[in-house]
Design a protein around this ligand. Structure first.
Ligand code: TRP
Ligand code: ZN
Length: 873
């Protein structure tokens, strides 16, 4: 990095000196270049400090500039790094800007780029400035029109935001289309698509009877995989009306799928652009998890139309205003479409595996960051997933109705505006009358709070006292934290397994079985009265706050909660607590060189779950799954990845062996005659059982997996069998992998699964396999899905990424450098595999640090520079 990149601060926010009323864009698409004409109607902003200079952001090649029709002489403007400054501008004027772009050469996939011969845009957060010079900030909201002119053969389909108002031929070979978006929007929501595409079309009638045309555009060969996305879209539209009273507001809603895309999808007004991964799904090519992912992301982008587009962010520090809220909404949607218990557990698992480590590492930041170098680096688990937990806490504190009232007020106050997280909190507080001042700390303090809870039963007074102590570890730039306002949902479970009615001292009437306590101080004691016998506390029900909770349950108490807790999240959590404790004990034993042994109590608890034939199989499969390696790594003070891996594998092998008959029974009982989508839970449990059985040296499971893989009529079972064979070096594995890669060579999304399988395997020569995958004909580092599939999976591969000789680290750093030259945004995700280096034992710590230093010495993008420098600070 030649120059130290500039840091942007939240505290430096000031309103824009100028506003843009209208934007008329014209895209003239030629063979290699695209010319963009932009006509801006600009007015001075009387709510801002007066300025005579108009400062626009941009980096495209500028070919013409006129003000009120006059070409500007060289002295009237200057082009500096990524800005265009126009001097002495009047109060109101028209600025015409012409730029020239080379989309086929744009590998960053931001701005205008080509993918498989078609053209797409991606503007959030700051991609519009790669297209033209503009006030590229979300608090400048303008009315857009877009005209696109292109060759009819090469680009028969020309799309942009809003409604199509005209089209025609400009000459024999070329045609044009004009789109008008009636809603004001910031530039980050602009989109344009041109190419050879086919559409699946449908309609939706809104609650007020408005007829909306729905279109999902894909490459022609993929059209038969868009049905599930369309059904998901209609479900999302109906759900948002029903749950939040929110209706769609244009006559047309378009989704376009593209194979080269930096993230999941993008909510451009009326024209969402999606990663193919979240649109295309067919029984034989997509797993049950993929189907759920499509529904979730389709919902997410649709929900943005209100939470993000109609009400948007004042500045990018407020990103969680739209993302946290929209993730919360998509979680609630998925929860209503499937099983609320399973969905909640899966979300918490994801949070623990990915957000907690972020909050404990060098890139930790509050959900509303104070500063950034590259905004693309802040589309994080913290802003999205912890942000969603913060929104969920409002609902927990105010109740569903209170939350709905707050949201209604938020829209009444801010529709059509660009606002802040404080505006959202104020709407919640004002609508409910609840004091949410202290709650603001969730937006400004990073780190995962910790609750240490102690329970004390007084038989004589028939009282149960809970003392709650909260703390929060230091994070970069924040040494001392103030106490948070934490909603702590809990129950007290009696000997009979039922919830005791909870009455706090001083209350007149007996309360409910689950109550939400307001934890606000560093230490607080809550006294429950009329408790007949010593109960078992069930704490943090439903995961009511994104915290780590510690309580000294006995093994018996945990087994009891696993079997009896009325809250299904807490039942699962009791099992996880049991397992976490067991891992800590076994890691200690392994470090001391003691022989490892599995306590019978643990085996018995899992045995009971396997034998519970009344339970939902999806929930059962989650109850039977152990905390992952990444989660265990966070639990220990000094981590030895090889040891963590060995101990976890030991536990799994023992469970396979000691419960062999029960796993076999679970496999047999959950076989299904024919494929039905609603049997996803049974498939999950069956494949879980198969993977456990394949850990044994028996011939039956390996042969069964081979057969399942070869004969499956759906991707869940095919991939399930491959996962069961992934780490079992042998003929079954290689035969299945070969057949799989041959069968699916032409399907990009299925080949992603193949590359992930190679990179996550524990067999000895995995690094060699990963290296040769780089030159596989179906692989390309330029395709983000491919890069993530191979490099992302490898970085999560404990034994191989963390190989003691540093070969895994060295390989990954090489790939980061190669990728950074192509696509900084994706490279910056991959390099974060180094984030936890300080947690490792000294040998690996030194090896990782050396790779980070090697990276720091290279020429880096702003994106990767920000991550590497935070790691070395
Ligand atoms: N706003 C999008 C979403 O969460 C994600 C997004 C942000 C994005 N920046 C992007 C997608 C860049 C692709 C590329 O729904
Ligand atoms: Zn989003």
């Amino acid at each position: 990095m030649a120059q130290q990149p500039q840091i942007k601060y939240l505290k430096d926010y000031s309103a824009p000196a100028f506003l843009i009323d209208r934007v008329d864009l014209k895209f003239d698409i030629q063979d290699d270049i695209t010319r963009v004409q932009s006509r801006l109607v600009v007015n001075r902003n009387d709510k801002a400090a007066a300025s005579r200079e108009l400062v626009l952001s941009g980096s495209a090649r500028l070919t013409s500039l006129t003000l009120d029709g006059e070409r500007l002489a060289a002295g009237r403007y200057r082009l500096e790094d990524e800005t265009l400054v126009v001097n002495e501008v009047p109060d109101s004027f028209i600025l015409e800007v012409e730029t020239e772009l080379a989309p086929a050469a744009n590998t960053s996939l931001m701005g205008l780029y080509a993918s498989n011969g078609n053209l797409f845009t991606q503007c959030e957060p700051e991609g519009f400035r790669k297209i033209t010079y503009y006030l590229d900030r979300p608090d400048v909201m303008a009315r857009f029109t877009t005209t696109i002119i292109a060759d009819r053969q090469k680009y028969p389909i020309l799309l942009s935001n809003g409604n199509k108002v005209g089209e025609g031929l400009s000459d024999k070979k070329r045609h044009w289309v004009k789109w008008v978006d009636p809603y004001r929007k910031p530039s980050y929501l602009f989109a344009m698509v041109a190419g050879r595409l086919s559409a699946l079309k449908d309609r939706f009638v809104t609650m007020r009877g408005r007829d909306v045309a729905l279109e999902i555009w894909t490459e022609p060969a993929d059209l038969d995989k868009a049905r599930h996305a369309m059904e998901s879209l209609k479900r999302a539209m109906a759900w948002d009306e029903h749950r939040f009273g929110l209706e769609y507001d244009l006559d047309i809603y378009m989704i376009v799928a593209v194979g080269d895309f930096n993230m999941g999808a993008m909510e451009n007004k009326g024209l969402n652009v999606f990663n193919t991964k979240y649109v295309l799904a067919r029984q034989d090519t997509a797993t049950d998890t993929d189907f759920e992912g499509v529904e979730r992301v389709i919902g997410h982008e649709y929900f943005h139309n209100w939470t993000g587009n109609r009400v948007t962010c004042r500045d990018w520090f407020q990103l969680s205003l739209k993302e946290g809220l929209t993730v919360f909404r998509d979680q609630e949607f998925s929860s209503d479409m499937t099983s609320a218990a399973v969905k909640r557990i899966e979300d918490v698992k994801g949070l623990r595996a990915m957000q907690f480590p972020e909050d404990a590492g060098p890139t930790a930041h509050p959900i509303r960051p104070d500063s950034y170098i590259e905004m693309n680096n802040f589309y994080t688990m913290t802003v999205y997933e912890k942000g969603a937990e913060v929104v969920r806490m409002y609902q927990t504190l105010l109740g569903r109705d209170g939350f709905r009232k707050g949201l209604d007020l938020y829209f009444r106050r801010h529709d059509g505006h660009a606002v802040t997280c404080d505006d959202f909190r104020a709407a919640m507080a004002d609508a409910s009358g609840v004091d949410l001042d202290q709650f603001a700390l969730w937006y400004s303090q990073a780190g995962t709070p910790r609750l240490d809870v102690v329970g004390d039963y007084d038989a004589e007074a028939r009282e149960y006292r809970l003392t709650v102590r909260q703390s929060c570890p230091a994070t970069p730039g924040q040494d001392v934290k103030l106490p948070f306002h934490i909603p702590l949902a809990l129950g007290l479970v009696g000997r009979d397994g039922r919830d005791v009615p909870l009455t706090l001292a001083g209350e007149l009437e007996a309360g409910a079985g689950t109550r939400v306590l307001d934890v606000k101080a560093a230490e607080q004691t809550f006294t429950f009265v009329d408790i007949e016998s010593e109960p078992v506390p069930s704490l943090l029900r439903g995961f009511s706050a994104p915290v780590e909770l510690f309580f000294d349950w006995s093994d018996e108490a945990l087994t009891f909660l696993m079997a009896h807790d009325s809250d299904s999240f807490a039942r699962w959590e009791a099992g996880q607590t049991f397992a976490r404790r067991l891992f800590l004990r076994l890691i200690g034993d392994a470090e001391q060189g003691r022989e490892l042994a599995l306590p019978q109590g643990f085996v018995a608890a899992l045995h009971a779950i396997l034998k519970d034939h009344a339970a939902d199989p999806a929930f059962k499969s989650l109850m039977l799954a152990l905390p992952g390696e990444a989660e265990i790594l966070e639990m220990v003070t000094v981590a030895d990845p090889a040891l963590i891996h060995r101990v976890r594998e030991f536990v799994l092998a023992q469970l396979a062996l000691q419960l062999r008959a029960e796993w076999r029974e679970a496999y047999d009982l959950n076989l299904t005659r024919e494929y039905r989508p609603q049997d996803a839970g049974r498939r999950a449990l069956k494949n879980h059982a198969l993977a456990m059985l394949c850990r044994l040296a028996d011939a039956w499971p390996l042969e069964t997996a081979r057969e399942q893989c070869m004969k499956a009529d759906n991707m869940t079972d095919q991939l399930g069998a491959l996962l069961a064979l992934r780490d079992r070096d042998g003929e079954e594995r290689s035969d299945c992998l070969d057949a799989f890669s041959e069968r699916w060579a032409g399907d990009a999304l299925v080949m992603d699964k193949y590359f992930s399988l190679l990179a996550s395997s524990q067999i000895p020569c995995t690094l060699e396999h990963v290296k040769s995958a780089l030159s596989h004909p179906a692989f390309s580092l330029k395709n983000p899905n491919k890069a993530r599939a191979l490099l992302g999976a490898f970085a999560r591969n404990m034994p191989h990424f963390h190989a003691a000789d540093g070969s895994g680290y060295h390989f990954l750093a090489d790939q980061v450098l190669a990728l950074d030259a192509i696509n900084p945004q994706v490279a910056s995700r991959v390099v974060q595999a180094f984030n936890r280096w300080k947690k490792l034992e000294p040998g690996r710590q030194a090896l990782m640090k050396a790779e980070l230093e090697r990276l720091a010495a290279a020429e880096l993008s702003r994106d990767v520079y920000e991550i590497v420098s935070k790691n070395l600070e």
